[in-house]
Every structure is written in C-alpha cells, then in structure tokens.
Design a protein around this ligand. Structure first.
Ligand SMILES: [Zn+2]
Length: 204
C-alpha cells in the first residue's frame, strides 16, 4: 500500500479501536508518534490495503482476535502477518485454475495443507522385518502422524506442529501397498547409508 492508502487504513483501524486514539495522543505529547507512524508505514508497505481493511473489519466485529499483541504498538506487525497469509493462500488457489478448470496443485496433500506419515514404531517394525502390512488400521490410523505439508498451503498453517520432512519421514499417502513399498525402500536406503549396526529410528 502507498502512503495515502496507509492513511485511510490507519483512520479505519483507529476508529475500530477507539482506545488507540488516546494512545496516539499520548505518544504525540511525548514526541514519539511520528516515529511509530513511520515504522508502521514501512511494516505495512508490502500489504494490500484491501487485505488490511478486511482484517481491521474482522477485528472490529470480533470475528478475529490479535493473539500476540501486548499493546497497540504490535498491531501493524500482527495485521501484516495475517495479510501475508491471505495473499499467500490467494496465490496458491489462483494457481489451481487451468483453462477455467480447477486442478490440484499439491499431490502430497491434495491442497489441504496436511498429510500423514508412518510413525517411528512402524519404521522400527519395517526395519526388524515384523511389519504387518495387512493391519491397515494400525499403520494408517493408530500409527500415523499428521504433519504440515511442505507446499504453500502447508506453510500457511501453524498446526499440526510437525512439518513433513522427506529426509526423515515417509508419507502414508494413498494408504496402499505403494505406501508400504515407499517405507521399505526408505528404511533399506537408510540402513545402507549408516550401516545395519548404527541404524536406529528415533522420534521426529
Ligand atoms: Zn501440500
């Protein structure tokens, strides 16, 4: 947003949070307001004004809360973070239309941002040759972990806490024999790399 847009957003934001008006007055008296305003202008520089207005409106309505703001001084940074997430999701979703037809961008998570992996117990069973491929429930439910995908949709998420790391995790994608083959290849390769003796799957 340019400065004129920033001014209109700031006006709307202060109207939504009337406590900010006296906060700003106090800063003006102390001679700090201009510095705070310029810092906010810089922070909000790469944010779309319509996104910022939308977030301010959601906050005013109570549809959203600023979680990490201890004081009004934190508002610009927190609002920018929400706006960046909105812009990123938009970019991701716009890519999903090809010739007017929706397509899937991420084959790992089907664009939902979350995928699942075999647990360390399943990895250990595979390594010990005791993995029961017929027990789907065990491996795909009780023994799988949900993780954030590495795609843009996954990067917009903060939950689940773990992020998929193909270097040490194996996806249960598809829940088929292919998933077990993937696990077997992964464990065999890992053993080959570190040697049978040193092989020890650990918690992620
Ligand atoms: Zn994905």
């Amino acid at each position: 947003m340019i400065e004129a847009e920033f001014n209109s957003w700031l006006e709307a934001h202060m109207a939504a949070f009337p406590g900010m008006i006296s906060w700003a007055e106090k800063l003006k008296k102390l001679g700090h307001w201009n510095a705070v305003r310029s810092s906010w202008l810089r922070v909000m520089g790469d944010v779309e004004v319509n996104d910022a207005l939308r977030v301010t409106e959601d906050l005013a309505r109570g549809d959203m809360a600023i979680k990490n703001a201890k004081s009004f001084g934190d508002h610009a940074r927190e609002i920018r973070a929400v706006c960046k997430g909105m812009a990123s999701r938009r970019k991701h979703h716009s890519r999903k239309m090809i010739d007017g037809q929706p397509t899937i961008g991420c084959l790992e998570c089907q664009d939902c941002g979350v995928t699942s992996i075999f647990s360390v117990d399943s990895m250990r069973d595979e390594a010990n040759g005791t993995l029961d491929r017929n027990d789907w429930y065990l491996h795909t439910r009780a023994r799988s972990l949900a993780v954030r995908c590495t795609c843009e949709e996954g990067q917009c998420r903060t939950f689940p806490p773990l992020q998929f790391d193909p270097a040490k995790m194996v996806s249960t994608r598809g829940m088929s024999a292919e998933a077990f083959d993937r696990l077997a290849d992964f464990i065999a390769e890992w053993k080959r790399r570190v040697g049978e003796r040193l092989f020890q799957p650990t918690e992620f």
